[in-house]
Design a protein. Structure first.
Length: 201
């Protein structure tokens, strides 16, 4: 049930569910000293004052750090997110090709196929690397599917590491996409490119 509100940078956000609030605390999108409130509380309180958040949100109370257990996304949720992202990333490229076709620029397309494919790959690299290293830690597809990318210790990854993760996808593709299928069987649901850069989803 979405019943929690929180203050961040002087702005009220919510309502969100307790699970979503726990995720925001875990990923540091909401600091442990943020003020939170729900119906039934007399006033806004710090997240660290709520016992029910301590065990699952990694909040430090009285000098004792309560470390949450991490959950990992399954193969099909990752596949769904990838399908959404692939559709989004290919949209500008496909529209550009349609414009060239409409202008009867078939020769231009044929002569520059390599350049066009390189531009498409570069666009994908920027999209995935930038969003995986953003505060959301997720592409649009992953946000829709409710999953994020982090290091194996739960921290947000930097842009260069995120870019390396994207490039390592080539290893997961060879041969026959076995590196992706690994995510269905490994303990933390890691694909080959996750192992390469030490990330989880």
């Amino acid at each position: 049930m979405a019943e929690w509100y929180y203050l961040k940078d002087g702005t009220q956000h919510g309502p969100v569910s307790v699970d979503e609030l726990r995720r925001l605390l875990l990923t540091k999108h909401v600091p442990a000293n943020a003020l939170i409130w729900k119906k039934g509380l007399d006033s806004w309180v710090e997240a660290s004052a709520l016992d029910e958040l301590v065990a699952s949100a990694g909040v430090n109370v009285g000098g004792i750090a309560h470390i949450p257990s991490m959950t990992y996304s399954g193969f099909w949720r990752r596949a769904g997110a990838l399908f959404i992202d692939a559709t989004i990333v290919q949209l500008p490229y496909n529209l550009f090709i349609m414009v060239l076709v409409a202008a009867d620029q078939y020769v231009l397309i044929a002569q520059n196929q390599g350049v066009l494919l390189l531009l498409s790959y570069a666009l994908s690299a920027v999209y995935f690397a930038a969003l995986h290293s953003s505060q959301q830690q997720a592409t649009i597809g992953k946000q829709i599917m409710g999953i994020i990318v982090s290091s194996t210790n739960g921290k947000r990854i930097i842009f260069l590491r995120s870019l390396a993760r994207f490039l390592a996808n080539l290893l997961s593709l060879i041969p026959l996409g076995i590196g992706y299928i690994m995510a269905a069987f490994t303990k933390k649901h890691q694909a080959l490119h996750d192992f390469v850069v030490d990330t989880v989803v």
